[in-house]
Design a protein around this ligand. Structure first.
Ligand code: SIN
Length: 281
């Protein structure tokens, strides 16, 4: 297995070679991939033009599928989220550093994103390792994080007060179901990763709203220090897509950012998100 897994050379992620995801992987292989995901945070696969059925079957080898409440699904496949930007649209989905579903009390483990149509240039996705970012904090600073809890919400991103609703942005139609954006959660600011046992900084600019017991004037600059640190180039890798490429990321170990630099071209991705668990320090 180890020769199949080739680290990216960046701060996060590994390529998985010599595997055809159209064939259902053995339980042994699933175990190896799960461990590799824990170790590297995101796994990249090339040339996997698999059917939606094979995509779902692969995901379900890891955990039950979690249906996203707010992003439109692929026609005929309610379990597959459609991440789409048309040539005449300006806003993309996921165009800022975030990790998915942290507003849930049992946040999704991760997503398996499959490229169906990609622009000629651009449309990359950036990933950052929140585990590596923890390791590169000074010992003294990391001690200040002990025992802290962060608050997260879906309301400001997907609710009726969300920017895309208020400003009538062109993601309307691709995003929706505003009234269902009622999730608020509290998680340890540093979690122990459920697979690798590594420490991971579990806050993100998308969904984190503050630090429990702190006022905004205290929490905002403190979170900004962490956000700037996690996004350092040393912790990141930028993945270039082609049709059939897959990225399988672990939300508890990474952030991601869909780069919006391909106006006038179509980008269509199929995303399956899988269930996770409550997180502990
Ligand atoms: C997402 O945030 O899930 C979308 C990522 C992408 O389209 O690259």
């Amino acid at each position: 297995m180890t020769e199949m897994i080739q680290p990216t050379g960046g701060g996060v992620g590994a390529f998985v070679n010599g595997i055809d995801l159209a064939d259902s992987p053995s339980d042994n292989m699933v175990g190896e991939l799960r461990n590799a995901l824990g170790e590297h945070g995101v796994l990249f696969f090339r040339n996997q033009n698999i059917s939606p059925e094979a995509h779902m079957a692969f995901a379900e080898k890891f955990a039950p599928i979690n249906i996203n409440r707010f992003i439109a699904h692929v026609d005929g496949y309610p379990k597959i989220t459609q991440v789409l930007k048309e040539p005449d649209q300006k806003k993309n989905i996921g165009g800022g550093w975030h990790t998915d579903h942290t507003y849930d009390t049992e946040p999704a483990m991760g997503s398996i994103l499959l490229a169906r149509e990609t622009p000629k240039h651009g449309g990359d996705t950036m990933y950052a390792s929140t585990c590596r970012a923890y390791e590169t904090l000074s010992d003294s600073f990391s001690k200040t994080l002990d025992g802290l809890k962060a608050t997260h919400s879906s309301r400001h991103v997907f609710g009726p007060q969300a920017r895309y609703v208020q400003k009538n942005e062109d993601t309307a139609g691709r995003l929706g179901n505003n009234e269902a954006a009622t999730q608020d959660s509290v998680h340890p600011l540093v979690i122990t990763h459920p697979i690798s046992g590594k420490k991971s900084i579990y806050v993100n600019p998308g969904f984190t709203t503050g630090i429990e017991g702190w006022n905004d004037a205290e929490a905002e600059p403190f979170l900004k220090i962490l956000y700037d640190h996690i996004a350092k180039p040393e912790h990141t890798y930028r993945f270039q897509w082609a049709p059939g490429s897959i990225a399988f990321w672990d939300n508890r170990a990474t952030w991601h950012y869909a780069v919006n630099d391909y106006h006038g071209e179509r980008r269509l991705m199929h995303r399956i998100t899988i269930e996770g668990e409550a997180l502990a320090a």
